[in-house]
Design a protein. Structure first.
Length: 527
């Protein structure tokens, strides 16, 4: 049961990443749009800013349907396009059913001076429905994905064939969406009360609650479950609700994006911004850790260690992708990982306690552009720099001390560093998995045909692979028989680490993971 829950959690976690990845682009473009609207800009530039802002706000105001379609498509094992189309259809028919039920039973709320704010209802794609916010898309997306995987491959014969396959999944989702739409009218107001209470509890827990949130965000990365923590806080009412420009906005990141559109009239950012600062560790924590590992490497290995770690540091600081660094020491020393996570939590608590209200979700590129919209007196970005430099020193000194004192074999500490498989390719293979000798070696492009073939071979061959997906930096695969996993072949492939948990395999790749996934899926004839 525990393994099943973990498997489902990881499946949802990796699926939710796909639509979330587009949020970073939205935030950056929205920031650029606001900058283009500054008073000294020419009229045509301001007009361009207005257009971009309107486009990004349209996306921000319709996250629910985006999550529904995205989840339905990513959860589907085959024919993902059909699943995404079904997700959109289900979302629309739910809205129609929910609105019709409210209308039939005279349950439609009357708009007041503030519109529908506070009534528990909202306009979604033109339908007045029960306000479930992003949760509607999450629930419908998961339901659609589950039903689609269960029934989309069942076919009928002869004249009834048109009702088989993905259409059968649609047929089943019609009554499912109807029942859910009716139930939501009565159940969701109660659930909404619970969510508000939970949000209030988190807010009242103060700095301790912020530490737990920040610590969990980092320490859960090896399990791939950190998305289950930060995503609800950033994009659902759990992270708070605020009225910006006369409209109710829920979720810490959504609130910040809405505030960007009202930057000229914002004197102070909403307190929910504290849930959007976990990018601090991606910049300053990564810097301290990398400098410590270079310092503690043996002199003869320093050049090789720099060549391995500095590109990963650049990616972490600029784009916010930390896995290439994290997995160089995570499995070598869980103690270092816990310390790293504790410092991440402490740093964010210090920042908030000092009054910093700086948006830091991803990397420096996004951080600088987004925060430049506001006055330094609003974000207090200078506090981030001061605390960041101090904490970089703390990370550095602590890691150097622990690595040397406990003789931890981080990159470059072994005499044979650089021979055979790279030292940062940590492989956790289950008992019974094959580790036959293989003549292949690492090298070449990550998404090369040779590397894709090694991955397929290491996962037990085409017949053993059930599905292949990816998140920001990891290839996530499901296999039929974990005993067929060939550890040595996977180690010889171009990757930065492999974690095997039952029939789920995570292969840490980096920013080229999407290209590699496409190459593998093409060879497996997966859609």
């Amino acid at each position: 049961m525990k393994d099943k829950v973990m498997e489902l959690s990881q499946k949802f976690s990796r699926s939710i990443v796909k639509p979330v990845m587009f949020m970073a682009v939205m935030g950056t473009v929205l920031a650029i749009a606001v900058l283009l609207q500054l008073s000294f800009m020419p009229a045509f530039v301001k007009d361009l800013g207005d257009l971009l802002k309107a486009m990004m706000n349209a996306m921000l105001n319709n996250l629910s349907v985006i999550f529904c379609v995205g989840l339905a498509g990513t959860l589907a094992k085959k024919k993902k396009v059909d699943a995404a189309i079904l997700g959109l259809i289900v979302f629309i028919v739910f809205l129609a059913a929910n609105n019709e039920w409210l209308t039939m039973h005279k349950m439609l709320a009357k708009a007041g001076a503030a519109g529908l704010y506070g009534t528990g209802q909202n306009l979604v794609l033109g339908f007045q429905v029960v306000d479930m916010n992003v949760f509607l898309g999450l629930i419908l997306g998961c339901l659609t994905g589950y039903v689609y995987n269960k029934f989309s491959e069942k076919e009928f014969i002869d004249v009834f064939r048109v009702y088989g396959g993905p259409r059968l999944a649609f047929i089943i989702m019609i009554p499912t969406a109807l029942v859910f739409a009716v139930a939501a009218c009565y159940v969701w107001p109660v659930v909404n009360g619970w969510i508000s209470a939970l949000s209030g509890l988190i807010k009242s827990s103060g700095l301790f609650g912020l530490f737990i949130y920040s610590f969990g965000n980092k320490v859960l990365i090896p399990l791939g479950l950190h998305h289950l923590l930060w995503m609800p806080f950033c994009f659902t009412p759990i992270g708070g609700t605020a009225t910006i420009g006369g409209q109710a906005v829920s979720g810490a990141a959504n609130i910040f994006y809405a505030e960007m559109g009202q930057a000229g009239s914002i004197a102070a950012l909403d307190s929910s911004i504290r849930f959007c600062t976990f990018g601090f560790v991606k910049v300053f924590g990564s810097l301290g850790v990398v400098l410590a590992m270079i310092k503690t490497a043996k002199p003869k290995n320093k050049a090789a260690v720099k060549g391995m770690l500095l590109p990963a540091l650049f990616v972490s600081m600029i784009a916010g992708i930390t896995e290439p660094i994290d997995f160089t020491f995570l499995f070598v020393s869980p103690l270092l990982w816990v310390v790293h996570s504790v410092y991440a939590g402490i740093s964010e608590v210090i920042l908030y306690a000092l009054g910093a209200r700086t948006y830091m979700l991803y990397g420096l590129l996004d951080d600088v552009i987004s925060n430049s919209v506001f006055s330094p007196s609003v974000t207090k970005f200078y506090l981030v720099i001061i605390v960041g430099l101090i904490m970089t020193g703390v990370w550095y000194v602590t890691f150097v001390f622990l690595i040397q004192k406990l003789k931890i074999m981080t990159p470059g500490r072994r005499d044979d560093f650089g021979n055979d498989a790279e030292e940062n390719a940590v492989l956790a293979v289950p008992d019974g998995a094959e580790e036959a000798d293989t003549p292949q070696a690492k090298g070449g492009e990550i998404s090369s045909p040779k590397n894709a073939e090694l991955m397929i071979q290491g996962l037990g061959g085409q017949e053993n692979i059930v599905s292949v997906t990816n998140c920001f930096t990891r290839l996530r695969c499901e296999v039929r028989d974990e005993s067929k996993i060939d550890g040595q072949v996977l180690k010889s492939a171009n990757q930065k680490g492999v974690v095997v948990k039952a029939k789920t395999v995570q292969i840490i790749i980096g920013m080229q993971v999407e290209d590699l996934k496409e190459e593998i899926c093409s060879r497996l004839n997966f859609e």
